[in-house]
Structure formats: structure tokens, C-alpha cells
Design a protein. Structure first.
Length: 497
């Protein structure tokens, strides 16, 4: 059945959206949460497993101390209170990718709670309140074979890889986010971006959304305009890019409104997000906490971090992201608009790394927010996943600064890198992109251009130096854009003034 979608402006006119975001972060510990199996991405299926993470009888779990440390640091960075005593619980449900038939998680006693983080959207600051950040383990991975879309429905059979089962996770859960209005999709995107940046800064995860090491579940509900309270929510699971978070919120707002305006009731359920068209589809009816029959994990002792240890970990925290943005803006000399655009594009770290590799702040901003941003949008990927590294951008800019190529040629170099043609130097050589800066060929091209436009020479001699632009254009055309325009201008003025 096709969903009836209401236009976004009409949704905002008639309803107040409420958001809730749950972010799962895979920690970069060497081993899994409760056993000694390697916690690495990839590997042949079912080779990174043991009796403990397979849930075999008699196997006993042991808490990963590094994961606890990372959880505390994340909680502190989110301005959370850190529990003096907490414990794990069994979350009971049957899934084939959870070999124990329960997930070891935390329920009513999380390690971190009552925090917040501020995000900026189009010049407005939104405080996102954090309900909890708790420790748990990841599930395995099911692959459904034979269907048209990789879903279980219509598949011929399913395969399960337990390598991921037991990987340490931190789940960060917000309180209901109200009052965002028409900025709701952008607030959701900005929040996930802020969490990802914070996680990377902490060094506790690589936060690769494309590999699933950070995933977002997007909860959305609508209430009649001005009524207050919350509507029935849907939860779009495992959204794996910032762009998709925004699209999922927009789609669900339109879908909820379509149901409510038609007199129907929204079903509390989980939903799947489809990257190809930005739609969602029904997954399963959403369970409440009591349906999972939580009870304390009898095989694990409680976790009781000392206050001294917590304060030691507080000293390891990176610079506050908001304060860091203010500092970087001052160092880079960006205007408020330039900085806002850089943050909105998810380019802050990329620009910083490009500057560290040798480029100026303005040239780094130019490439990431114009040409490379356009390429990312065209490909439907995040800017960081466009296929060009900050070091490569700096290397290309160094060639521009050195007079080897110009900006137009630089774009061709990026084309070559994205096509796998090699390094910038190899691409320049193979494509014949080097600038013509030798005076001999340039003077010959200038003479030819002046002969074709004799009136231009008189204008320049008369002091109208702007007229040189016509000659420069002719020379650039004659050299297929490979002339050094600055040197051409110097030669013209030397010749005629």
C-alpha cells in the first residue's frame, strides 16, 4: 500500500513534531564486550566467535574494562551524571542474530544519565536533553538471500554471521525533543552529526556510518498544533547517514500527517528506511520495555566506578565542540555564515585536516563547500565519503599555489582521482594538464590575439587595462585553458604600456 504523504508546509501548519533519537556507537576496543574475541570490522563469517558470544551453555561473561572507561568518557562529554553503582540486565527476545535469545544491556540503572548537548541550526541553538547513555552488546548480522531488496520478506533463505555479536555498544537516548517546528529534520541531522563529531574527538570509535559503527534510530510523532503532549511514535531503525536522518524525519512527518488527517491512528512500530527513494516501510509492531522482561544479569557483578577514576577520565576529555567551533572560526577568519555553512555541510573536520596538510583556511573551505560538496550531493553520500581525502585536497591546492595547474584543471584532477587514475601528479601527466607558463608560447599567443583585435591594443595603451581581459580570454582559448592567466596579463601590460 502506498503511503499518503502531506506536504511539509501543511504538516508544520497543522502539527507539532516531536523527535526522539537513539544512537548506537560501536566502541573501538580490541575485544568484545564480554569475551576475548577480536572486535574488528570484516573477517570471514563466524570466525570471530567463541562459546561466550555464541551463548553456549556454561560460558561465563566478563565485562570489558576499556568499554566501561569509554562509556564514562562519553557520558562526561554529554554532561551526564555518572552512576556510582550500576549493573547489567538481560533484555529477552528471540532473534536469530542474538544467539543467547537475550541481549546483555542496561535497563533501569544506566552508567550515564541526565545530560545534554547543544546544536546550532540556521543560527538557532537547540538544547538536546540526554536521558541516558548505557552499555550493551551488539547483535549478529542476518543476510536474507534471494529477495529483491535484501529484506526477509520474499527471501529464499537467511544466513547469520555472529562476528558482530558481542561487540561493545553505547546507546545514547534523548528525551523527547520538542519545539523544533519546521527545523525538525535539520535538528535531527545536526544532533547526529554533533554526536558523531564528539565520538570521533573522544577517540572511542571510528564512527563510520557506512560501516554501521554508528547508527541512528529515529523516533517521530505528531501532535495537533498547540495541543501539547506527544502523539504515537514510529521508530525508523538503523539509519546510516546524516542525509538519511533528515530524509527519514521528513518522510515520517508527511506519512503521520496523512494518516491523522484521514482520521486514522498511527501504529507504534519500527520501520525500515529505503535509501533509494527516502521512504520508510513497516517492520514490526514496537514493543514496550515491559515486553522484554528485563531482569538483572546474574552472571555479571555490578559496575561501581570510583569518583576518583571518573574525575581522572574527565581530564582526558577533548575540547567542547561548541567552544572549538568558536576557536576555529577565529583562527580561520571565517564569517558567521561561512562557519555555519561548514558545520551544516559536515565539513569542519575535513577543513581542519586539509589545513593541517598545508592548505589555507579559505582554499580548504572553497573546495569542500563547493566542488566536493556538489559531488557528494550528486552521489547521495556524506561529504567525508566523497572519495577524496583532506591530504589529497591539500596536495591539489599546493599544485595550484605553485603554478602547476589552475582551479579549472584542479577539478579535472579530482575527476581523475575519483576515477582511480592515480595521484595528482600522475593524473596531470596523463591528462596533459600542466599550465603553460613559458613566456615564448604565451607571447606568440598574445601577438596572435592582438593581431585579431587591433582596437584592443589601442585601448590598453590608452590606459584601459581592463581591456586586457579580451586578450587573456583569447590566449586561454588558444592554449585550451592551460595558460597561466596571471602571467599572460603581466606580459600584455609589459608589451603595451
Amino acid at each position: 500500500m502506498t503511503d499518503t504523504l502531506i506536504a511539509f508546509d501543511e504538516v508544520i501548519e497543522k502539527f507539532d513534531p516531536a523527535l526522539g533519537l537513539e544512537i548506537h556507537v560501536e566502541l573501538n576496543t580490541n575485544t568484545k564486550m564480554f569475551c576475548g574475541c577480536p572486535a574488528v570490522f570484516g573477517g570471514e563469517p563466524n570466525t570471530q566467535v567463541c562459546p561466550t558470544c555464541l551463548g553456549l551453555p556454561g560460558a561465563m561473561p566478563v565485562v570489558n574494562g576499556k568499554a566501561v572507561e569509554s562509556a564514562i568518557r562519553i557520558g562526561l562529554a554529554l554532561n551526564c551524571e555518572i552512576a556510582e553503582w550500576c549493573r547489567f540486565a538481560r533484555k529477552n527476545y528471540f532473534y536469530p542474530d542474538m544467539p543467547k535469545n537475550f541481549q546483555t544491556s542496561q535497563y533501569d540503572e544506566p552508567i550515564a544519565f541526565e545530560g545534554f548537548i547543544d546544536v546550532d541550526v540556521e543560527g538557532e541553538t537547540f538544547r538536546i536533553e540526554i536521558e541516558r547513555a548505557h552499555m550493551e552488546e551488539d547483535t549478529g548480522k542476518s543476510s536474507h538471500i534471494g529477495g529483491s531488496d535484501g529484506r526477509i520478506h520474499g527471501a529464499d533463505y537467511s544466513l547469520v554471521d555472529y562476528n558482530r555479536a558481542g561487540i561493545p555498544l553505547i546507546e545514547i537516548v534523548t528525551k523527547p525533543i520538542m519545539g523544533t517546528g519546521d527545523k525538525a529534520p535539520l535538528v535531527a541531522k545536526a544532533y547526529v552529526s554533533a554526536i558523531r563529531d564528539l565520538i570521533v574527538a573522544l577517540g572511542v570509535s571510528d564512527a563510520r556510518m557506512d560501516q554501521g559503527s554508528i547508527r541512528a534510530d529515529v523516533n517521530l510523532s505528531l501532535a495537533p498544533k498547540g495541543a501539547g503532549g506527544l502523539g504515537t511514535r514510529s521508530e525508523t531503525k538503523n539509519v546510516n547517514s546524516l542525509r538519511s536522518v533528515e530524509r527519514a524525519v521528513r518522510y515520517e512527518m508527511g506519512r503521520h500527517a496523512g494518516i491523522l488527517l484521514d482520521g486514522g491512528s498511527v501504529l507504534q512500530e519500527t520501520r525500515h528506511f529505503h535509501e533509494n527513494d527516502g521512504s520508510t516501510s513497516s517492520g514490526r509492531e514496537k514493543s514496550d520495555a515491559e515486553d522484554y522482561r528485563y531482569f538483572p544479569e546474574p552472571d555479571l557483578v555490578p559496575v561501581a566506578p570510583s569518583r576518583e577514576w571518573v574525575e581522572e577520565l574527565r581530564l582526558t576529555l577533548p575540547e567542547n565542540p561548541a567552544e572549538r567551533r568558536v576557536r576555529l572560526q577565529g583562527e580561520w577568519g571565517f564569517t558567521d555564515l561561512e562557519m555555519r555553512d561548514a558545520v551544516a555541510a559536515g565539513a569542519l573536520v575535513l577543513i581542519e585536516q586539509t589545513i593541517a596538510a598545508g592548505a589555507s583556511a579559505q582554499t580548504a573551505r572553497k573546495w569542500w563547500l563547493s566542488d566536493l560538496s556538489r559531488r557528494a550531493n550528486d552521489a547521495g553520500v556524506e561529504l567525508a565519503e566523497v572519495g577524496v581525502t583532506p591530504e589529497q585536497v591539500a596536495a591539489v591546492q599546493a599544485l595550484v599555489d605553485g603554478g602547476t595547474i589552475n582551479d579549472k584543471m584542479a577539478r579535472q584532477v579530482f575527476d581523475g582521482m575519483l576515477a582511480g587514475e592515480g595521484t595528482p601528479d600522475e593524473i596531470i601527466a596523463a591528462r596533459g594538464l600542466a599550465l603553460v607558463s613559458d613566456d615564448g608560447p604565451l607571447l606568440a599567443a598574445i601577438d596572435e590575439a592582438l593581431a585579431a583585435q587591433p582596437d584592443i591594443a589601442e585601448k590598453i595603451r590608452g590606459g584601459n587595462h581592463a581591456a586586457a581581459g579580451a586578450v587573456i580570454g583569447a590566449v586561454m582559448k588558444a592554449t585550451r585553458g592551460q595558460a597561466d592567466a596571471g602571467r599572460v596579463r603581466e606580459l600584455i601590460l609589459e608589451k603595451l604600456t
